[in-house]
Design a binder for this molecule. Sequence first.
Ligand SMILES: Nc1ncnc2c1ncn2[C@@H]1O[C@H](COP(=O)(O)OP(=O)(O)OP(=O)(O)O)[C@@H](O)[C@H]1O
Ligand SMILES: CC(C)(CO)[C@@H](O)C(=O)[O-]
Ligand code: BAL
Length: 305
Amino acid sequence: MGVTLAVLYVFLACWPMTFPPRVFYDPASFRDEIRQAQADGKRVGLVPTMGALHQGHLSLVAESQKSCDLTVVTIFVNPTQFAPGEDFAKYPRTLEADLKLLSAFDPVWVLVPEVDAMYPPGNTTVVQAPEIAQSLEGAFRPSHFDGVATIVLKLFQAAPADMAFFGQKDFQQVRVIEEMVRDLIVPIEIVRCPIIREANGLAMSSRNRYLSPEEREIALSISRSLEEASQQIKEGETNAQSLRDKIEQTLRDAGFREIDYVSIACPRTLKSVETIEGDVVILVAAKVGSTRLIDNILVSSPVSS
Ligand SMILES: Nc1ncnc2c1ncn2[C@@H]1O[C@H](COP(=O)(O)OP(=O)(O)OP(=O)(O)O)[C@@H](O)[C@H]1O
Ligand SMILES: CC(C)(CO)[C@@H](O)C(=O)[O-]
Ligand code: BAL
């Protein structure tokens, strides 16, 4: 008997704890349940995603758990932020695996709405993204941030959380959302979370699944070139043009043929700088094969502004 109990104890102790998340499909009942949780004194954190979850997304969930009693995750591949010809149809949809990954956290609620639930038939109301959306991603994906701002505001209605967690991998997206929240007086605190990278430096992204082994190797040159540039800034380099040229050269040497932009910019306005002083962000977008990747790094120059 004693031995049986001991074996059972060891078995249970080694069994990973899993908590299947509560899954909702209807935004209105999701909102009602969240309001009830808040009325019961719970602080609620929101993590909006398009699914195909990886450690980057899970880091946002973990961050939410540090300051909130309940974390709500939304999984919705938002059609309006994709332009015709982009990868909306082939975007990875892996709900079962996503729910499994989320079951390592507790308590987590997940909203998985249908398109019609977020865009009721006849929906003609949209959000025009703030001016900061015009450059960089906005210049190459012209309607993208209107789609992001529209769905994020809708998600804030469906999940009226106290805080919302976004990754700095999509640096311009966080700035767009911060400005929208300020301009539209949305009662939610936006929290920026650091970029999670693979051991080799590649920024985690759902779209990395599209990469062949050769393309993955080429993709590594993005984080490598950002790290090298960051090092040079820390050593006192102030010439933005020369650094941009070096990054582009590294990417081309590695095999990138289509580089949308390499920008060294003010982290607040995202305007390009010519002389590097104070804090800057280096942002890159480039295509390998048919996969478009983005990455960035924040750097503090020793040269004061
Ligand atoms: N590597 C990462 N580190 C930290 N946050 C991340 C990372 N990747 C994505 N996120 C954040 O997760 C949230 C949901 O992003 P999304 O579902 O688009 O994932 P993604 O991996 O960025 O996908 P995509 O490949 O479409 O860019 C966003 O706030 C995004 O910034
Ligand atoms: C914020 C977001 C979930 C809106 O669809 C998406 O742009 C993303 O996953 O970064
Ligand atoms: N993570 C940003 C979502 C998009 O590229 O559409």
